[in-house]
Each structure stands twice: as C-alpha cells, then as structure tokens.
Design a protein around this ligand. Structure first.
Ligand code: GCU
Length: 450
C-alpha cells in the first residue's frame, strides 16, 4: 500500500512542472551572504578611475556580458515604414492630439513583416512634449477610454491564435495609463501592446509571429546560437523601432522620451535603457528577478526558477546560471549602472515579495560607485568608501525608505503599499521624477537628498 502511495506521489510530482514546485525564500535571515561583481573592475584587472574609462572601456565590457550571457544579441534596425493614419487635434476633450501610427517592420531576408500599432497622445497646447514610451500588456483600445482608438486583432495566449476583437469592446479598463493626468501635466504618452512586437505565448513559441522571425530563414530556430536574442531583447528592440519614429514626430520632444515598463516589461525597460542611450530617463516598475533585483540575494524569484519557467525570455547561454548563480558574471547593479548617468526610477510594491523590492533597493545602492563617477547620487548618499558596498553585510545595513515615500535622487526608488502593479498614484511620482530631472522642479513629496 505504502509503495503505491509513494509511486502515486512520484507520478503526481512529475506531472507538475519543475518551476511550479519551486519554493521561494521569503525569510530575510536565509538570503545568504554574497559579494557582488565589481562594476568598476575591468577584465584586465585595472580599476576604472574616471568617466572616460567607464564609457570607453568598462561599460562596453558589461554590455557585452549582458548580450552574451543574459539577454542575447539583437540585430541592427531593419527597414521600417511608419504610417500615421489617424490624427485628431481635439482628442480627450480637446486637451490632446491623438495619433495612431502603424509601424511596419520588414524582414531583410524574406517577405515577412510585423506591424506595431502605436497610440500617441501629446498635449494640445504644447509644441513638443516630453513623452513616455510605455510597453503595455494589452492592446491600445483596452488601455484607454477613447472610443476612437482602433480595434484590431490580437494574440490570444491560451490558443496561440490571432483573434478578431470581441464584438463588444471593453475600453479603458486599465488603471495603468492615466492619460488625462499625464496630458494635464504637459507630457505625452505612446502606448504599444508588447504582443505586437512578439506575442508572449507561455510556451515561448510566440517568436514565430514576432520580430525575431524577421531575421530567421525558413526552418531556422530562434535559439540556434548560445547568444541568440531572447524575447526580452526582442521587446526591447521593438521599443527602439518605436523610438526611431517618435524622434521624427513633430509633437514629441526628441530629447525627452522616457522608457517605461512593468514586470517583464520592467526588465525590458531596463535592458532597453541600457542599450539605447537615446532614452534620457528610464522607469522600471516591479522588474524583479533579472530586472533590478539582485540575483545573488536569495529572495523571491530566482535565476534557477526563471530559467525553467521563462527560458525563452533570455539567450540560451543564460540557462547555464541555473543553480550556479554566484558564477554569473553580472548582477542587477551592473544593469542599473549601464543606465548611468541617466536618471532611473525603480517602482516596487510592498505585497510584491516575489519581485524582491529590497533586492532592487540594494542594487540601486550597489550601482552607487558608477553614478558617483559622474557626480550623481543613487538612493543613499552615505556610500562606504571603495568597493565595500558590494558586500551583503554592508548592503543590508541600509534601512529601506518608508512605504509610499519615494527617494528622488538620480536614481529614484519607491515601494508603494500594494501589489505588483502600476498604481494611479505611482504616476504622480513618475511625473515628479521627470519634472525634477528635465526641468529642475521640486517633487511633491519625497525623501530629500541628505
Ligand atoms: C512572472 C515572472 C516575473 C515577471 C512577471 C510578469 O511573475 O515570474 O519575473 O516579472 O511574471 O511579467 O508579470
């Protein structure tokens, strides 16, 4: 009898995927000790002493490590045609100019193409507005209440099929994109469903219909080489193609386009911000593991569980770090460092322990020495000298900021009370952070620089 129960248990366990059997650690006393790789130590053993050395030597080294071992190498831009098919100068009650733009991306090797549906609002009373480029989980017509936003077929993640929009379209249900408030504050917002760039099917097969397929010959697999680009790189690459268009739009301030994403799109925002320095400011919300959270801190999601649940988001080389996290040549403070000296805001949630908000805070501190090279501050100003900050015991000695009170330095950080989400009140912080860096305005409520 016992034997049968044991057999049944083994059989049941084998039916549950490995990542579903993963038990994350949520106990601070069990996160372990760690020493982070030194972002200022060059591969030849020399230490970076100034911004020139950082920009010319060390930064490219770290960028290459991310391309080779984490997210994969993206191709250069392909041929793209942007068709602005709708312009309404009296949108949102006359406060905004709405544009709908179809960006067609053409394969350099076949007749394939991918179409991105971009929705852009800019303030009606402004010539060129700073603009948030937001990757969304939903099609444009679900994001905003505007009845004139086009409906179009979208990818269904359950059936992996392109489906026509429902007869009764539900518009503007999301609280993630408060367009009226953004416009009232003098900012524009561009939205795109990331599934347009590459459908995010749970089994990773969405590449067949997205931008990665544009670069594959018939029969060629997307992961044939160890540093092949994964889905996060693909979504990031798509954001660059939208930026190519936004820089030409006469209502957008080309020097002030902000990259923004949440969750896996927060990871994407960071990686995109790291690669494409045309974004002067980056906002990553709840980017978590393989976003801004330190991987060497064992808390919540881990590299090991991610490489099982989401292998398609990374390059094949990434999988080797499963169960070998201390050997990874990078950690998230280095991804953060790649954005320096540009301002970066990290948004986290108190109930989102899976994403490890504390790990994001520590990464922001550990990126401090790189930001300091440029005379900038991260989330704390009392950094210890040398590379002591790379030690878990030192990092753990910094108390987190109180909930709902953002730190507004060159890196901004906030943990809102609540879940894994962009809350309407988070937007006040995003706008404040942008206002502070673009226009030198005082934020509404923040932890002052010490
Ligand atoms: C999962 C995943 C996270 C990711 C999130 C999301 O929770 O584990 O890494 O950020 O999905 O994108 O919603």
């Amino acid at each position: 009898m016992k034997k049968i129960t044991l057999l049944a248990a083994i059989l049941l366990a084998s039916l549950v995927p490995a990542h579903a059997r993963f038990h994350p650690n949520y106990d601070e006393s069990k996160v372990g000790t760690y020493t982070l790789p030194d972002p200022l130590l060059m591969s030849d053993g020399r230490r970076v002493a100034n911004t020139n050395q950082w920009l010319a030597l060390r930064r490219p080294e770290i960028l290459s490590l991310y391309k080779e071992y984490i997210y994969g190498k993206s191709p250069p831009a392909c041929k793209a045609v942007a068709r602005v098919w709708d312009v309404d100068t009296h949108a949102l009650g006359g406060h905004a100019i709405r544009k709908q733009i179809n960006i067609e991306l053409f394969s350099p090797i076949s007749t394939n193409r991918v179409v991105l549906h971009v929705l852009l609002y800019t303030p009606a009373d402004k010539e060129r507005a700073p603009t948030f480029l937001c990757l969304s989980f939903d099609p444009n017509y679900r994001d905003v209440p505007d009845p004139l936003v086009a409906v179009y077929p979208t990818w269904n993640r359950k059936t992996d099929k392109l489906v026509p929009p429902p007869r009764k379209v539900v518009r503007g249900k999301s609280h993630n994109w408060p367009v009226n408030e953004i416009i009232a504050d003098g900012y524009g917002i561009a939205l795109v469903d990331y599934n347009d760039i590459e459908p995010d099917f749970a089994d990773g097969s969405g590449w067949r219909y997205g931008v990665r397929a544009l670069f594959l010959k018939p029969g060629q697999a997307p992961n044939a080489v160890p540093d092949a680009w994964g889905a996060i790189s693909a979504w990031a690459w798509g954001a660059s193609r939208i930026l190519d268009y936004l820089l030409t739009d006469t209502n957008v301030d080309p020097a002030r386009v902000i990259m923004l994403g949440h969750s896996r799109l927060g990871k994407t925002a960071l990686w995109e911000g790291a690669q494409d320095s045309r974004f002067p400011l980056v906002i990553a919300s709840s980017s978590g593991e393989m976003g801004a959270s330190l991987s060497r801190r064992n808390y919540g999601e881990t590299v090991t569980s991610m490489s099982k649940a989401f292998p398609y988001q990374f390059c094949p080389n990434f999988l080797q770090w499963s169960n070998r996290i201390p050997s990874m040549p990078v950690d998230s403070h280095m991804l953060v460092s790649l954005i320096a000296p540009r301002p970066l805001y990290l948004n986290t949630g108190s109930l989102d322990q899976w994403s490890d908000p504390r790990g994001e805070f520590e990464a922001a501190i550990a990126a401090g020495p790189v930001y300091r090279l440029f005379g900038e501050e991260t989330v704390v100003s009392n950094l210890p000298p040398g590379n002591a900050v790379l030690n878990s015991s030192v990092l753990e000695s910094f108390p987190p900021p109180p909930l709902d009170v953002p730190v507004m330095h060159d890196i901004g950080f906030q943990t809102h009370t609540g879940k894994h989400d962009i809350l309407p009140q988070d937007w006040r912080r995003f706008l404040d952070f942008a206002d502070m860096h673009f226009y030198g305005k005082q934020p509404h409520r923040y932890l002052p620089r010490k």
